[in-house]
Each structure stands twice: as C-alpha cells, then as structure tokens.
Design a protein around this ligand. Structure first.
Ligand code: SF4
Length: 214
C-alpha cells in the first residue's frame, strides 16, 4: 500500500461512470450468500441484511459504516437523513445514484446504531472485498472513519487522511467525512465538497466544465 498522494490520479478511459454489464450475476450470488449469513451476532438483532445498491459496473463506489434504522427497515443503504444528505451531495456533483454503487463495511445494523466492533468488521469484510473485486471501481470513496480505517489504513485518522488520494493496487481511494458527521457538524460540509471536487476531476476526462461523464 502506498501513502497519500497530493496529485489526482489520471482518469482511466474505456470504463465510463455507471457502465452496466457483466459482474451483476456474481454480485447477485454474493448477495444471496450474505442474506443467509450468520457469521456474526449482528444478524440476530437486525431485520435484514443490507447488502448494497447501485450499478454493478460502477466506476465510483461509496462505502459507509453500517445500516441504520431506516436502512434496516428498507434494506437499502443510505436512505435515512444521512442518505438524503448524501443524495444532495451526489446531485450537486452531478453524479446519479444509479451510476454509482453504495454499500457499507458491515451489512447488518448494529444495535442502537453503535459502531461495529472489530470482530464484526472482520467477519463481514470478505463481502465488501468481494464486492470491490466484482464491481472493480476505479475510485472508492470511504465515508467516515470506519471505512477509512478498514480500506485505507487501520491507523488512519479521517481528519488527516481526507482530501488526498490513496493508491492501493490499481484503485484510488478517497476518504471523506460520513454524511452523519455533517448533520452533527455542518462546518464539515465544505471539506466533503472539496473531496468530491477531487473525485469529479478524476471522473472527468478534463477539469473543464465540472461535469461527470454520463
Ligand atoms: S454483519 Fe456481515 S458477517 Fe455479520 S451476519 Fe451480517 S452479513 Fe454476516
């Protein structure tokens, strides 16, 4: 794993944002496996497994912490207040939800919305790693500290890690604050917007115009 990079990575050609093909069936099979999963105790306290949603060939993947109450009820990640804020951020960045793939580090809701413990993260991580392999996104945005520590560096601090590119293998990772943190501290919104601007730069063939490839 290499350290943070200040300059944005070059965009790759031939894999436009949200191009839909292959990988879907394999992702479906993985989802079926997750639905039947009992690898950790979280499954006992939740209504359903919230696997992930979006384009199975997305160029951009977003990873949060774990499902909350609304997500647990609906079976879809990021549909509560934090999800609505994420929708507004994506909309402002001219990125459509169906162009990206959205999931969490753990697929079952932790009780009382607590953070998942390490044992739960490790139990669930094979699903996330396989999702990343199958979807093969060019860019992964880690939303919040847990996703950042899980996917970028276990010793990372979200405050220090955000805003820089982290190249791991062939993929570019960007850490930014979780939308729930923005609800608690709206002052962080400008940092998240800066981070998404960086992402847009890479998604675009050019910095000119500010539009994401569609
Ligand atoms: S959180 Fe992950 S590992 Fe734990 S039961 Fe749910 S799907 Fe399985």
């Amino acid at each position: 794993m290499s350290g943070p990079e200040t300059s944005p990575p070059e965009p790759e050609s031939g894999h436009s944002l949200g191009e839909g093909e292959a990988s879907g069936p394999a992702l479906d099979r993985l989802q079926e496996k997750a639905q039947a999963c009992r690898r950790c105790a979280l499954r006992q306290g939740c209504r359903q497994v919230v696997f992930g949603v979006g384009n199975p060939r997305a160029r951009l993947m977003l990873v949060g912490e774990g499902p909350g109450g609304d997500e647990d009820r609906q079976g879809i990640p990021f549909v509560g207040r934090a999800g609505q804020l994420l929708d507004r951020i994506l909309e402002a960045a001219r990125i459509k939800r169906d162009q990206v793939y959205i999931t969490n580090v753990v697929k079952c809701r932790p009780p009382n919305n607590r953070l998942p413990v390490q044992q739960e993260v490790e139990a669930c991580l094979p699903y996330l790693r396989t999702q990343i392999e199958l979807i093969d996104p060019e860019i992964v945005i880690c939303l919040g500290s847990l996703a950042t520590k899980t996917l970028i560096d276990k010793n990372a601090s979200i405050t220090r890690s955000r805003g820089s590119w982290h190249k791991i293998g062939s993929r570019n990772y960007m850490a930014t604050f979780h939308p729930a943190a923005l609800l608690r501290d709206p002052g962080k919104k400008r940092y998240v917007w800066e981070d998404f601007q960086e992402v847009i730069k890479v998604c675009n063939k050019s910095d000119q115009g500010g539009a994401v490839d569609e």
